[in-house]
Unconditional design. Structure first.
Length: 93
């Protein structure tokens, strides 16, 4: 069972041991355990989520650019083919 610092101190206080030992244990618990600030944790998560979203966008754009480039190349090839067909060779006439 996971307990917070306060719950652990209350648990130790309820034990049937020597009062001096209880005080020593409670002091050690208070000195040893630090409470984690939830707001700092949430801030870190938001920053990481933002970076993840940015990386996803860049990754997706990387592939979309390749597709767009291929489409542009195909359009250019079609234009080039059309221009070649329009050229009339005078020698053939």
């Amino acid at each position: 069972m996971k307990m917070s610092k306060e719950e652990f101190i209350t648990y130790v206080d309820g034990l049937e041991i020597d009062e001096d030992k209880k005080i020593e244990l409670m002091e050690n618990i208070s000195d040893s355990f630090e409470e984690f600030d939830d707001t700092e944790y949430k801030k870190i998560i938001e920053e990481k989520d933002g970076k993840i979203e940015e990386l996803r966008k860049k990754y997706k754009e990387r592939f979309m650019e390749k597709i767009d480039d291929k489409v542009d190349d195909k359009i250019e090839d079609i234009k080039d083919d059309d221009e070649e067909e329009k050229v009339i060779n005078i020698k053939e006439i």
